[in-house]
Design a protein around this ligand. Structure first.
Ligand SMILES: [Zn+2]
Ligand SMILES: [Zn+2]
Length: 374
């Protein structure tokens, strides 16, 4: 089963540019869209124009004082918005506002039934906190979207799944006591990677206890163990929760060879995860899914992961050989050889990785009541 798929895109979203040497390059979106186009996937996708989020929308998650700080830095055009990773630039307030607006357009499209599945690849800026920027993220568009859907559409149960290599701390702690968000976050173990949080004991608080799943993965985790772990945790938790819609943050930095993180999966994991989320959404919530891009710092991996995710939602099978025209385009943009295969052959996880994850799973089962894991 599929449904109407839409993608929010526009030049305004390319203005979120933290500088020529910063790893979050706007070219990431360009090479990904080019690969989707080259495979013919965009023919079955409708395009939505982004809009600029209003201040009152941004304030659905962020504090007024922080919003003012961003505006100040934005007109000044330099300085750091956090301890070091998130430089301000001229117009950063507007650029971040476009990213938030694009996620809200995607959310509206899905909730109004214009689209069954909507993508904002420039979104997924999951590290921003109510009072501060963090990890390249100025405004937290998934968190704002959740509050927007709660406030304007009375949504009471959102399942948020985050497969970015970094722990989605801004979303996790933003809703830590809120039972209207089931948050499942698979990430590289915080002992090895920014932001350092996301251990299995962190299960939520109060009414939300047992609705936050943190799954730290050892460096080097490959497809086999990743998919087993995902299968063990995600479908039962989502079925048990019975969400009204699902959000997927599909940061591409869990792919092997990322410049900042150390997991070792192929684009096939992204395809499998997206297919499962797609099936669950049709089973449980009329197909409603919002997909955010997120991280991913090797251009070739970003293009391959997000194309694989889109192909799962359009239910299109595409050849594993990457189109020659895209390979040429890639060389011209990235200044390096293009990969030739969409999904490389998977490695085998080390035995130690499997053992470590078995411990994580039993820890989760110990912490989270069985009623939450139907
Ligand atoms: Zn569908
Ligand atoms: Zn990341």
């Amino acid at each position: 089963m599929t449904g109407r798929v839409s993608l929010v895109s526009g030049d305004e979203l390319q203005t979120y540019d933290l500088g020529p040497t910063h790893p979050l390059r706007p070219e990431r979106i360009k090479v990904a869209l080019a690969l989707m186009r080259s495979y013919g996937l965009l023919n079955s996708v409708s395009h939505l124009q982004p809009r600029l989020a209003t201040d009152s929308e941004i304030l659905l998650f962020h504090l007024a004082e922080y919003l003012e700080t961003v505006k100040e830095y934005s007109s000044r055009g330099y300085g750091l918005l956090d301890a070091g990773d998130t430089p301000a630039f001229k117009g950063c307030y507007e650029a971040a506002g476009w990213v938030v607006g694009a996620s809200l357009v995607a959310a509206e499209a899905v909730i109004n039934g214009v689209s069954t599945h909507a993508f904002n690849l420039s979104g997924g800026l999951h590290h921003a906190h109510p009072d501060r920027a963090s990890g390249f993220c100025i405004f937290n568009d998934p968190a704002i979207s959740i509050n927007y859907l709660k406030k304007n559409y009375g949504i009471k149960r959102v399942a948020y799944v985050d497969i970015d290599a970094h722990h989605g701390d801004g979303v996790m702690y933003g809703f830590y006591s809120d039972p209207s968000v089931l948050d499942i976050d698979l990430h590289e173990d915080g002992r090895y990677l920014f932001p350092g949080t996301g251990s299995p004991e962190e299960i939520g608080k109060g009414d939300a206890a047992g609705l936050k799943f943190n799954v730290p993965l050892p460096p080097g985790t490959a497809d086999d163990v990743y998919l087993e772990t995902f299968e063990e945790i995600v479908p039962p938790a989502i079925r048990g929760y019975s969400p009204e819609l699902i959000m997927l943050q599909s940061g591409a930095d869990s792919h092997r060879g990322d410049l900042l993180s150390h997991l070792s999966v192929t684009a096939n994991v992204y395809y499998q995860v997206a297919s499962k989320i797609h099936d669950l959404a049709h089973e449980l919530c009329d197909g409603r899914v919002i997909v955010f891009g997120g991280g991913g710092y090797r251009l070739s991996n970003v293009a391959r992961c997000w194309t694989s995710v889109l192909s799962a939602f359009t239910t299109t099978s595409i050849p594993n050989e990457l189109p020659i025209d895209w390979q040429m385009y890639y060389r011209s943009i990235a200044g390096e050889e293009a990969p030739t295969l969409l999904m490389e052959s998977a490695e085998k996880s080390e035995e130690e990785t499997g053992k470590r994850l078995a411990e994580v799973l039993s820890e989760l089962k110990r912490m989270i009541p069985a009623s939450r894991r139907r």
